[in-house]
Design a protein around this ligand. Structure first.
Ligand code: AKG
Ligand code: FE2
Length: 262
């Protein structure tokens, strides 16, 4: 874990010219160094840079992965698959759904990493590290360094998430909220602009489906006369198109699939 955090930090502290070789506004495949995806639509820019690497099902071409984090990423990427599968199994169990269901339906077969770097912000009250959002995926496994900044929404309040050394944060994403017919709720969260001299590093690994055109709907085991489907059929490509065409905010995209909106 420490190796992964320090290697992502090292990437972001490389000279600008080296990092900029990876810069791309298209983060849909391979390796991309980027900042706000919604830069041209949002009111405030995130005080953050990020390195995105698509890890699977097709691994990235090794020559495109920055040398400083190649080894750590190969190691962590492998470990995190085991963590994700174990978690997904438990979450299925929690729903009373067969453990293998996520595999059979391929809604959990792809993953990508964002290696975020939140540098010191001299006027943190004027912007944010990362805006209020939910993750547009099934599940996120998040590794954090010791610098605080992540907050989750609880009712009307924002609660600080204290990093625990050796611990991981797990977020339920929007896709799991819809597949579970609303039994699991995706978590609304944000990151404050970093007021500390020490850079904040966070490394989410996002698990989702590679089946972008397959129609998904709440698992049939979870739909009954007493609890009809809360969400309509959706495809991941439609969901992602909506998600990325809006300014990042709360649960606005999930709500568009609610049956009551038909
Ligand atoms: O930096 C963090 O702690 C959270 C990052 C995050 O929420 C995201 O990348 O979706
Ligand atoms: Fe997030």
């Amino acid at each position: 874990m420490d190796h992964m955090l320090s290697s992502i930090k090292s990437f972001h502290e490389l000279p600008d010219t080296t990092r900029m070789q990876y810069y791309s506004r298209d983060t849909s495949h391979g390796v991309a160094y980027y900042t706000n995806f919604d830069l041209y639509k949002c009111k405030e820019a995130n005080w953050r840079d990020s390195l995105k690497v698509h890890l699977g099902p097709t691994p990235p071409e090794p020559e495109y992965v920055p040398e400083v984090c190649k080894e750590a990423l190969a190691e962590w990427g492998g470990e995190v698959v085991k963590v994700g599968e174990e978690l997904m199994g438990k979450l299925c169990e929690g729903l009373g759904v067969e453990r293998e269901r996520s595999k059979k339906m391929s809604f959990f077969d792809t993953r990508y990493m964002s290696g975020h770097y939140y540098p010191y912000c001299p006027q943190p009250e004027l912007t944010v590290g990362l805006k209020w959002h939910t993750d547009p995926v099934v599940l996120t496994v998040l590794l954090l360094n010791e610098v605080v900044g992540l907050q989750v929404k609880h009712g009307e309040d924002w609660i600080d998430v204290e990093p625990i050394p050796g611990g991981l944060i797990v977020n339920i994403g929007d896709i799991l909220q819809m597949m579970s017919n609303g039994e699991y709720k995706s978590v609304e969260h944000r990151v404050l602009a970093n007021p500390y001299r020490e850079a904040r590093v966070s490394i989410p690994i996002f698990f989702t489906s590679s089946m972008t055109e397959k129609p998904f709907e709440p698992l049939l085991e979870l739909v009954s006369l007493e609890k009809p489907a809360v969400y309509q059929k959706f495809t991941l490509s439609d969901f992602m198109r909506k998600y990325y065409s809006e300014e990042l905010r709360g649960k606005s995209v999930t709500n568009t699939y609610k049956v009551s909106n038909i």
